[in-house]
Design a protein around this ligand. Structure first.
Ligand code: CMP
Length: 138
């Protein structure tokens, strides 16, 4: 069993896509074991994306992530990190495979609807960034 962090980003929440994303998670047996809506502060967004702090898009990315509420979830299942990344599609929606969430709904490389952890170490950091153990169901 593996866990990963999923974020439905502010662009998707504003556009009424929470249900669309959750439906795809459920249809693909990506089990939701924790879920909440948050509105990040700039410091929280900067801490979450600290790994990107030297990138030219860091300021814009963190501004985008605080532009409205987001939904954060913990997903659990066999090989869930890779399976969820496949469902999301490539970061750049123009390169994402047909039928993926980003290919169908993203409008921009930054406003790309969803986030998912890229490896087990990042998943552990990202899950603990938003959830404590009491908030994750067994
Ligand atoms: P995410 O998977 O959340 O990880 C980092 C985020 O930075 C990414 O999705 C995009 O929202 C954003 N991002 C990545 N590359 C770029 C880029 N070249 N320009 C702007 N934003 C980017």
């Amino acid at each position: 069993m593996e866990r990963t962090l999923s974020i439905i980003k502010p662009d998707a929440v504003k556009r009424g896509l929470i249900g669309e994303v959750v439906k795809r998670l459920e249809q693909n047996q990506l089990n939701i074991v924790a879920m909440k809506m948050i509105h990040m502060t700039k410091d929280q967004a900067k801490g979450f994306y600290a790994v990107h702090q030297e990138r030219p898009f860091f300021e814009s990315l963190t501004d985008f992530m605080i532009s409205g509420p987001a939904v954060v979830m913990v997903l659990e299942g066999d090989n869930v990190i890779a399976r969820y990344r496949e469902l999301m599609g490539a970061t750049n929606y123009e390169e994402a495979a047909e039928g993926t969430i980003r290919r169908e709904f993203a409008t921009d490389i930054e406003k790309n609807v969803v986030h998912g952890s890229d490896a087990s170490e990042t998943a552990a950091f990202e899950i603990s960034y938003f959830f404590n153990s009491f908030e994750i169901v067994n």
